[in-house]
Design a protein around this ligand. Structure first.
Ligand code: ADP
Length: 173
């Protein structure tokens, strides 16, 4: 598996799948979620509403992942995953790791050969960037053993200089 860093806006990523740091309601939000729905158009929201009406009436639980169309985006699929809100009193790392692992599983199931990730939970959900990058890189590396070479390319898309520094440091570690 090839792991790369391409800083910038994930909505322009030309990978087969891009991952959305969604909230459990799946009906849009701020941050990367808002950017994906804005750039991808109403088809994505329609697919999310359908998921709420069928598979996830109570919303998508944190740590899980589900795919929809990517609408007008260059990607074929958006894989929505819900990160945990960072907590100072409770270790929610396993849930954050699960977001990366489950997204990769969904991607492999779809036959996606490439996938792009934002820094899940590291925005409004408050996860410290260095630790978010550490968990992201570690979990993706560990998943190679399980998934083999199904998904050949994983791209991290840090947004902003601090994020880019954190991801580069972890990838080079
Ligand atoms: P969460 O609620 O999981 O914290 P956010 O969307 O608030 O999700 O933030 C997750 C990360 O995505 C943050 O590092 C934020 O800076 C970044 N981000 C925001 N917009 C984009 C975008 N267009 N492309 C890639 N990353 C983005």
């Amino acid at each position: 598996m090839d792991i790369e860093i391409r800083p910038g806006d994930i909505t322009t990523a030309e990978t087969d799948a891009i991952v959305n740091a969604a909230n459990s309601g799946l009906l849009g939000g701020g941050g990367v979620d808002g950017a994906i729905h804005r750039a991808g158009g109403p088809e994505i929201l329609a697919a999310c509403r359908e998921l709420r009406a069928t598979s996830f009436p109570d919303g998508l639980p944190a740590g899980q992942a589900v795919a929809t169309t990517a609408g007008r985006l260059p990607a074929r699929w958006v894989i929505h995953t819900v990160g945990p809100v960072h907590s100072a009193s409770e270790d929610r790392s396993a849930t954050l790791a699960s977001c990366y692992r489950e997204s990769l599983r969904v991607a492999a199931g779809l036959g996606a050969r490439s996938i792009a990730f934002p820094a899940i939970s590291a925005g409004v959900y408050g996860w410290p960037m260095d630790d978010a990058a550490r968990l992201a890189v570690q979990t993706v590396r560990e998943s190679v053993e399980e998934l083999g070479e199904t998904v050949g390319t994983v791209v991290f898309v840090p947004f902003g200089e601090a994020a880019e520094r954190a991801f580069r440091a972890r990838l080079e570690a």
